[in-house]
Design a protein around this ligand. Structure first.
Ligand SMILES: [Zn+2]
Ligand SMILES: [Zn+2]
Length: 250
């Protein structure tokens, strides 16, 4: 019996080895071999504009690296009380490199990008002191979910919830369908998003500190509207994390 178990183990190890030999782990973006499954290769990693200090303490806006702004820099928007949430972090800037990853991730089924994106987002939160009770991916309208087959924010939210050791909540907020917001100015985006979210389980929101997860932040209108409805439902705090964000000069 012992021998049989041992033999089975050897066969299993050999199979594992040969699968690894013929299908080595590869960079999800360009396909070159990498040592860890789901990791980016060095070249692809270097193409992203990762956000590090100094950044706005509140919204995560990236300041030029050579600026000495002290230990807790705040951008003019947040200093004026304009931060969309209680704390926001993004892993990288929205530019050609991140757009080339986010668009296929969102619209073309490249769900294999989720692990490296989520890891970068967890890293982006490492120097904050947030302690969420629950993680909520920004919901899609049912009609979009039906056509796309998945919510890209949910794929990012699962590993982030695991990293914090808290549950993910997929059913407390519902989103109504509205036509695409693309290429609209901030005022039009805010108007377009107003009233699309409904808290359907306020009992799961009341008194909770909530971490919202999305792939991209542009004007912050989506986060701002979610904070409005979540605060009305009694949320204790609302934080946000995205894979990338626009970062126009301020
Ligand atoms: Zn690569
Ligand atoms: Zn800020």
């Amino acid at each position: 019996m012992m021998l049989l178990t041992r033999a089975a183990k050897i066969v299993s190890n050999a199979a594992h080895f040969s699968i690894g030999f013929f299908f080595p782990t590869s960079c999800p973006l360009c396909g070159v071999p990498v040592s860890t499954d789901g990791e980016l290769c060095a070249d692809c990693w270097a193409a992203f504009n990762w956000i590090a200090s100094p950044r706005c303490e509140c919204c995560g806006y990236p300041f030029p690296a050579n600026l000495d702004l002290g230990a807790h820099p705040i951008c003019p928007n947040c200093a004026g009380g304009g931060c969309a949430l209680d704390c926001i972090r993004s892993a990288c800037v929205y530019d050609d490199a991140s757009r080339a990853a986010v668009l296929p991730f969102k619209h073309a089924g490249r769900v294999k990008y989720a692990p490296f994106m989520a890891r970068a987002m967890i890293w982006a939160l490492h120097d904050t002191d947030i302690s969420p009770d629950v993680v909520i991916p920004v919901p899609l309208a049912w009609r979009r979910l039906f056509h796309r087959g998945y919510n890209q924010a949910t794929l990012l939210a699962r590993p982030i919830a695991d990293a914090f050791g808290v549950p993910i909540d997929l059913d407390s907020i519902r989103r109504a369908y509205r036509p695409d917001m693309g290429h609209k100015n901030p005022a039009q985006r805010a108007e377009n998003i107003h009233g699309v979210f409904t808290v359907v389980h306020p009992d799961k929101i009341r008194g909770r500190k909530i971490l919202l997860v999305d792939d991209v932040m542009t004007t912050g209108a989506t986060f701002r509207e979610l904070r409005r409805v979540l605060t009305n439902a009694g949320a204790a705090a609302v934080y946000g994390v995205t894979f990338c964000r626009t970062a126009r000069a301020i």
